[in-house]
Design a protein around this ligand. Structure first.
Ligand code: HXC
Length: 259
């Protein structure tokens, strides 16, 4: 498809990669090509030691409208289970560096789930979040039912998933989904600024901190605490940990190297 040729852009800034979905003719629908482009961007960001955080964004009016409904029309159950799209979602879940979704306009269905697969969501005042899959006779397939319930509570999740209600940026912040709401024209800059803050910390501590927080989605408390202690034990053997402490005691900025 011609409009998919450049559907995902990758740009590099100061220790931060920006991945932009750019398929406006289909409202940034997450076709297999787009998912492939997102995976390629994450692969590149993961392999590049200079990159310490990723900002994922869309357009001014649309972050992403969810799964490509035209593709979905021809997706069989067996095809879905073996699909590249399923593998792509698994890949998003395995991305080890911090990720920030900068959301302007609609984040619907898989688009909302894509934002929720990130570590932070910065929202424009124009942002609208929702899981309208029920209108199509299906349900969210990339974490929407589970993540909304965990973040906002089961009853709010039911409003989104069963009643196809959408929420604006402030409501999403009140629900705990969104870290901050900013004017639309500043959302990308706010995402990049947050990425820059995160990128300034030691990359190993950042990676393990992300893993620890993510484990809270999976593990019961006792297991999560054990996991946390084990990760802390690992960090106590890093050079960055000595550097962080020395910098504090010497009243200077730390120079983390990732060792
Ligand atoms: C394919 C899409 C699309 C989508 C929009 N388009 N969303 N194509 N997949 N998800 C196409 C339209 O068909 C139309 O094509 C063009 O983009 C413009 O769409 P409009 O509706 O005219 O745009 P607008 O009025 O700006 O409204 C934007 C919108 C609306 C609010 C985002 O398009 C919308 O509600 N889209 C569907 C959202 C949705 O239901 N998402 C859930 C998908 S299922 P033409 O050719 O007519 O110009 C999902 C989970 C699946 O995500 C899990 C199982 C795998």
């Amino acid at each position: 498809m011609a409009d998919d040729d450049q559907a995902v852009r990758y740009d590099v800034g100061d220790h931060v990669a920006m991945i932009t979905i750019d398929r406006p003719s289909a409202r940034n629908a997450l076709s297999t090509d787009v998912l492939r482009g997102l995976c390629a961007g994450l692969d590149r960001a993961e392999a590049d030691d200079e990159i310490r955080a990723v900002v994922l964004t869309g357009g001014e009016k649309i972050f992403a409208s969810g799964a490509d409904i035209r593709e979905l029309r021809t997706t069989s159950p067996a095809g879905y289970l073996q699909s590249e799209r399923l593998a792509a979602w698994a890949r998003f879940g395995r991305f080890p560096k911090p990720s920030i979704a900068a959301v302007a306009g609609y984040a619907l269905g898989g688009g909302c789930e894509l934002a929720m697969s990130c570590d932070f969501i910065v929202a424009a005042d124009s942002a609208t979040f929702g899981q309208p899959e029920i209108r199509l006779g299906i349900l969210p397939g990339a974490g929407g039912t589970q993540r909304w319930a965990r973040v906002a509570g089961r009853f709010r999740a039911a409003e989104l998933v069963l009643a196809a209600r959408t929420v604006d940026a402030w409501t999403a912040r009140e629900y705990g989904l969104v870290a901050r709401v900013v004017p639309a024209e500043r959302v990308v800059a706010a995402g990049v600024a947050l990425a820059g803050e995160v990128a300034a910390f030691g990359p190993v501590a950042t990676r393990l901190s992300k893993a620890a927080v993510r484990a809270s989605e999976e593990l019961p408390l006792a297991g999560g605490l054990e996991h946390e202690r084990a990760l802390l034990g690992t960090l106590l053997s890093t050079e960055d940990h000595f550097e962080g402490i020395d910098a504090f005691l010497e009243k200077r900025s730390a120079r983390f190297t990732g060792r």
